[in-house]
Write a protein that binds this ligand. Structure first.
Ligand code: BGC
Length: 357
């Protein structure tokens, strides 16, 4: 009997030891896993933070800044570190582009509506992307007189397009004062000068007020060669009227523009000034860059010929002599008087006296 109870006791003792050992093993395995899971969570949090730093630098860095500086009053007063504002460059091709667009002019548009549709614009029709640093600072120059209805359509279609193109841009409407004969190229020169007084623009887009692109992949920026953007206009059956055509919408970097002494100031009335600009570029060995016929499609708003803008009979003679006249007549010899500057919500309007022929 005593032997039996000793055997039972030993068995019980061993079983208990085994159970205790198993419990210890279980606890240590649990502890090891718990500690490892803490490590993983910490690494994940760190990774998240550095990822966010790349895409939303302001937000995340500002948070970190607040946390670090909270306890120290003196540190709080130190000037905020500027790097917080440094954004990454926008991509070469904007991810916001949608491609072909429907453009029509039968539904009236109002400035109020356009303002509501474009809440991120700054006064004077300025914009810059908030999530990345634009690749170019672009001034858009529109020669103008008495075309308010056309301007509304231009603003209605172009503001959303230019924002999707992720440009740092401003819209300058250069309004010819008085009733003298219209001078498109001189107004463009004025736009160049006036825009540069306001901001360090590096690219200039010169656009007629009645031309609307039908594809947002036709980016309103500058290229290594002067760019012709309105390459396939409905008015010309969606093709170039001739190879040297440089009218409608074009863009030039500051350097390209200065190389040709800007544009001629003495083309009064319709026609020829764009051919003169083409001649200037060609004489300086530059070529014309263009989007494809498909991407470069655009619509023109139909209208009667403007008063005081009849075809210029002297244009053929002038075009024939561009190479001789371009150094005397251009941005270097430009003279004008600013009558008024209006900073509207959707554009900056500069009214100028450009003189008369
Ligand atoms: C004129 C240009 C005009 C083109 C297309 C040419 O004859 O000289 O100024 O842009 O026609 O209309």
């Amino acid at each position: 009997m005593a032997g039996d109870s000793t055997v039972n006791f030993n068995l019980l003792h061993r079983t208990c030891k085994l159970v205790v050992l198993l419990c210890l093993l279980h606890i240590s395995v649990t502890v090891v896993f718990y500690v490892r899971s803490l490590d993983i969570r910490f690494a994940f949090a760190q990774n998240q933070q550095s990822h966010n730093n790349g895409t939303q630098p302001n937000q995340v860095r500002n948070t970190a800044f607040t946390l670090q500086t909270e306890p120290a009053e003196t540190e709080k007063e130190a000037p905020a570190e500027e790097p917080a504002k440094k954004l990454e460059k926008c991509p070469e091709t904007s991810p916001l582009l949608v491609g072909p667009l429907r453009v029509e002019f039968n539904v009236p548009v109002s400035l109020e509506q356009i303002k509501k549709d474009n809440p991120n614009l700054q006064p004077g029709g300025r914009f810059r992307p908030k999530d990345c640093e634009a690749l170019q600072k672009v001034a858009i120059i529109i020669p103008f007189r008495n075309r308010d209805e056309h301007l509304k359509y231009w603003l209605y279609y172009l503001h959303p397009i230019l924002q999707r193109q992720q440009l740092d841009y401003g819209v300058y409407v250069i309004n010819q004062d008085g009733d003298e004969i219209f001078n498109r190229a001189k107004l463009l020169n004025v736009g160049y000068m006036e825009a540069l007084k306001e901001y360090d623009y590096e690219c200039f887009v010169f656009s007629d007020v009645d031309l609307i692109p039908m594809d947002d992949r036709n980016t309103y920026k500058c290229f290594s060669q002067p760019r012709h953007l309105s390459v396939s206009m409905d008015k010309f059956g969606f093709r170039l009227p001739y190879n040297q055509y440089f009218g409608g919408v074009s863009s030039m970097s500051k350097e390209q523009y200065l190389k040709i002494n800007g544009f001629p100031n003495n083309y009064w009335g319709w026609g020829g000034e764009d051919d003169d600009i083409y001649n200037r570029l060609a004489s300086k060995g530059m070529s014309i860059s263009r989007p494809s016929g498909e991407t470069g499609k655009c619509r023109m708003i139909r209208h009667e010929r403007d008063k005081q803008n009849d075809p210029n009979p002297q244009r053929f003679d002038r075009i024939a002599h561009t190479r001789e006249t371009m150094y005397k007549d251009g941005i270097k010899s430009l003279s004008y008087r600013v009558v008024k500057t209006d900073k509207f919500d959707l554009f900056t309007k500069i009214t100028v006296d450009v003189g008369k022929p």
